[in-house]
Design a protein around this ligand. Structure first.
Ligand code: ADP
Length: 497
């Protein structure tokens, strides 16, 4: 299916029409620096200056071009699904309202996602729009990994719990790793390290996320491009007291001025930092050392959380490209059974067309892999899957009804009970075509007690079958199995009078 995937960041839009199965791109759009004079849009090979444009205006202008490629659905990346959304969902006005209500949980991201959704729904009202959530993959976190050790009433009041992010990437690369290893994800314990400008680690235990390093917001965990990751919360109190920092200033400090940028003093780009570190810049060396140490610490911790690990995956800009970061994080893990092959690590190259490279030695029990992430493809695949499931659900309408206790008989049993030549006497037609309740009623006798006046249903069947409730079982004193209709072999017998 051709799917238009839209990812609206706080000051950017990335959109592409792609094949949900192969990931092939048919058209792409990139808008950067929204709301500023330098705002530019690149669509294909063309570049347009669109000063002061916002999400809505940019999408209204450029989406019609993408729509010409003929997408059948739109998949929207939504960062925070809160407690409401643990799977992709088709967007209608109600869902839009629910997303709006979630905005306080992700003030940097969700309002931008929503602006994209609104503009795109207006522009393309005739095709389904699906929201795919960064948090959804982590809805399986056990409670022990969700809770912060804060007073529970306060946590409940404000939704203070760990949600986790980057779910579309973690699930995607874990699945690619399992395919590469020729195994099912449901049989593997995988640690996935998504190391981009935002960075997080995830423990994927037998296909389910059981622990991840980002928490209620994307600030927790690893050292990132400009976010601090884990810090002692006491520092915030100290800074408020000593520097008189306001809430907004703390927000900017933790989200924009910390991480690699804060440590290195030369910006967030790992390529620059590695280059300067190689020239002897001590701050840049420190930035790399702190980031790699934190990552190693998480890898060790997640192996402990899952009681072992079968594969460790590196992905996103730094994970896919930085030989040095992988060396620092995954070298000397032989105590875990993970042996890095230094040469394979140096030579590893991945791309969308060749997404997996192995960097572990042949004798390594734990496999070390570099996997190219493709979040747009992951979102397109989830979108197509949801619509496919919906289409199947719409075609297969299964009526469900509850029946009272009843009895089906063979013609032989009818004659044994009511006399030779007797045929069942219809009393009332039933909702199932051709089926009817009969005038004939019987007493069912079990080892413990009996139930009287149980209706016989017609027409006669090839086998006798008695259908009773669980409480009837207790009353009669028998243990009746749950079975497909007609499968009566080895079920307990009763007497009919
Ligand atoms: P995001 O999608 O989160 O914005 P990316 O996954 O594109 O981020 O990762 C960006 C990071 O990857 C930057 O820090 C960049 O320097 C780093 N990166 C890209 N290529 C290399 C490379 N060859 N060596 C080291 N780091 C790299």
């Amino acid at each position: 299916m051709k799917v238009l995937v839209i990812n609206c960041g706080s000051s950017s839009v990335k959109a592409a029409v792609l094949d949900s199965e192969t990931g092939e791109r048919y058209a792409e759009l990139r808008v950067e620096r929204l709301g500023t004079r330098e705002c530019v849009a690149r669509d294909g090979t063309e570049q347009h200056s669109i000063p002061e444009y916002d999400h809505g205006r940019a999408l209204a202008e450029f989406l019609p071009k993408l729509a010409k490629v003929g997408p059948l659905a739109v998949g929207h990346r939504v960062v925070h699904g809160g407690e409401c959304f643990s799977t992709p969902v088709q967007i209608d006005d109600l869902v839009e309202d629910q997303l709006e209500a979630l905005s306080p949980l992700a003030p940097l991201h969700n309002p931008a996602n929503l602006a994209g959704i609104r503009a795109a729904r207006q522009c393309l009202p005739d095709i389904p729009h699906i929201a795919v959530f960064d948090t959804a993959f982590h809805s399986t976190l056990p409670r022990r990994a969700q809770y912060y050790a804060l007073p529970q009433e306060l946590s409940d009041k404000h939704g203070l719990r760990r949600y986790g992010f980057h779910g579309t990437s973690h699930s995607w690369v874990a699945e690619r790793a399992a395919q590469f290893l020729g195994d099912e994800l449901a049989r593997l314990r995988v640690i996935t390290c998504h190391l981009g400008n935002g960075a997080s680690v995830c423990a994927v235990e037998y296909g389910r996320s059981v622990e991840t390093s980002m928490g209620m917001t994307p600030v927790e965990g690893l050292v990132m491009g400009t976010r601090s990751g884990d810090i002692d919360p006491g520092i915030l109190i100290e800074l408020m007291r000593k520097e008189g920092l306001s809430v907004d200033e703390l927000d900017v400090l933790l989200n924009k001025n910390s991480g690699l940028a804060g440590l290195s003093g030369v910006g967030r780009d790992m390529r620059d930092i590695e280059e300067r570190a190689a020239q002897g810049d001590d701050k840049c060396r420190m930035a790399i050392a702190v980031s790699a140490h934190r990552l190693r610490k998480y890898i060790g911790a997640y192996a402990a959380v899952m009681g072992g690990v079968d594969a460790i995956v590196f992905t996103a800009g730094i994970g896919e490209n930085s030989v040095a970061m992988r060396h620092r994080a995954a070298g000397r893990l032989s105590f875990l059974g993970a042996h890095l092959d230094e040469e394979a690590n140096r030579n590893a190259k991945v791309s969308r067309s060749n997404p997996v490279a192995e960097i572990s030695a042949p004798h390594s029990r734990v496999r070390l892999l570099v996997v190219a992430t493709d979040e747009a493809h992951s979102i397109a695949a989830s979108t197509a899957e949801l619509l496919g499931r919906d289409a199947i659900a719409k075609e297969l309408i299964i009526p469900v009804a509850i029946s009272g206790r009843h009895i089906h008989l063979t013609q032989e049993a009818v004659e044994t009970l009511f006399g030779p030549g007797h045929t069942l006497t219809p009393y009332k037609a039933l909702s199932q075509p051709g089926q009817f309740a009969c005038e004939e009623r019987l007493t069912i006798v079990g080892p413990r007690s009996q139930i009287e006046k149980v209706r016989v249903l017609g027409p006669v069947r090839p086998k006798c079958q008695i259908e009773i409730s669980r409480t009837d079982e207790f009353k009669l004193g028998i243990d009746a199995p749950v079975r497909n209709s007609g499968d009566v072999d080895n079920s307990p017998g009763v007497t009919l009078i």
